[in-house]
Design a protein around this ligand. Structure first.
Ligand SMILES: NC(=O)c1ccc[n+]([C@@H]2O[C@H](COP(=O)([O-])OP(=O)(O)OC[C@H]3O[C@@H](n4cnc5c(N)ncnc54)[C@H](OP(=O)(O)O)[C@@H]3O)[C@@H](O)[C@H]2O)c1
Length: 247
């Protein structure tokens, strides 16, 4: 069949790419890892994996030889060890998805402990910095970085000061990174999901109504679409909100 008549799937361009996804033990990170694997990427999954059964569950879903290694994004040595292992196994990173994150408790500023504040900032903001810095030496021209932010990087939710601050900070980091990497043609995508049906809600609003939330698989489809565009085009901000509005 002549090439001009062949209809290739948009995600064909991802075939054979190496994708590292943090926070990939469940939720949005696991859905993105699965979607990237379905698009032909070789995936490297990072999370703390405190329950060893999580890794065997992932290998059942994604394949027995799937690379999934414990990594705590708050810990510089743990992050370095993870990307050293990725380098040894794959030699490079074409797609980095900085997704690991926590919500923390819902508490007004006057009641928020320093320990809770620090845990959220270290995970959502410093973790993104540490993983990006460790991955960049493995990334060449034409690579992509997706930073999972949140609609709380654009607005705020009262009772969630640490989370809002971490995501506003991560948006500033993301926008700076995009400018710094333009010359190397590494594109940087800021992902801004609205309410998505994952376990994160148990941390601050266990009774949150789930019916109107977006599924993690829908977020993953949008990420794969953005990554499938020609390398000369960047979806700089990918904002995905529930059609039915806020909760
Ligand atoms: N769900 C939403 O409504 C929503 C909306 C906007 C943005 N987001 C963002 O989406 C991202 C993923 O959240 P989710 O909703 O999918 O929540 P989730 O189901 O709770 O998943 C969070 C992931 O992050 C990992 N993680 C947490 N702390 C970590 C650490 N210190 N080191 C390494 N991995 C760590 C967790 O794995 P381990 O516990 O095994 O380490 C897990 O894989 C977060 O950045 C979140 O802020 C979520």
């Amino acid at each position: 069949m002549p090439a001009r008549l062949r209809r290739s799937k948009s995600s064909d361009s991802l075939h054979g790419q190496i994708a590292a996804v943090t926070g990939a033990s469940r939720g949005i990170g696991l859905a993105i890892a699965q979607a990237l694997a379905d698009a032909g990427c070789q995936v490297a999954l990072a999370a703390r994996f405190r329950d060893a059964r999580q890794i065997s569950h992932i290998r059942q879903k994604l394949g027995a030889d799937t690379f999934a290694e414990p990594c705590d994004v708050r810990d510089e040595r743990s992050v370095s060890a993870f990307f050293a292992a990725v380098k040894q196994r794959f030699g490079r990173v074409d797609v980095l998805v900085n997704n690991a994150g926590i919500g923390g408790p819902s508490r007004k500023v006057a009641q928020l402990s320093l320990a809770d504040w620090r845990e959220v900032i270290e995970t959502n903001l410093s973790g993104m910095f540490l993983c990006t810095r460790a991955a960049l030496p493995l990334m060449k021209r034409g690579s992509s970085i997706v930073n999972n932010l949140s609609v709380s990087a654009k607005g705020v939710f009262p009772g969630m000061a640490a989370y809002n601050a971490s995501k506003h900070g991560a948006a500033g980091f993301t926008n700076t990174l995009r400018e710094e990497l333009r010359e190397q043609r590494i594109r940087v995508i800021g992902l801004y999901p609205g309410a998505t049906d994952t376990a994160i809600w148990e941390q601050f609003w266990p009774q949150a109504p789930r019916q109107r939330m977006i599924s993690p698989e829908t977020i993953a489809r949008a990420v794969v679409f953005a990554l499938s565009l020609p390398p000369g085009a960047t979806v700089e901000e990918l904002v995905i909100a529930p059609t039915g509005g806020a909760l």
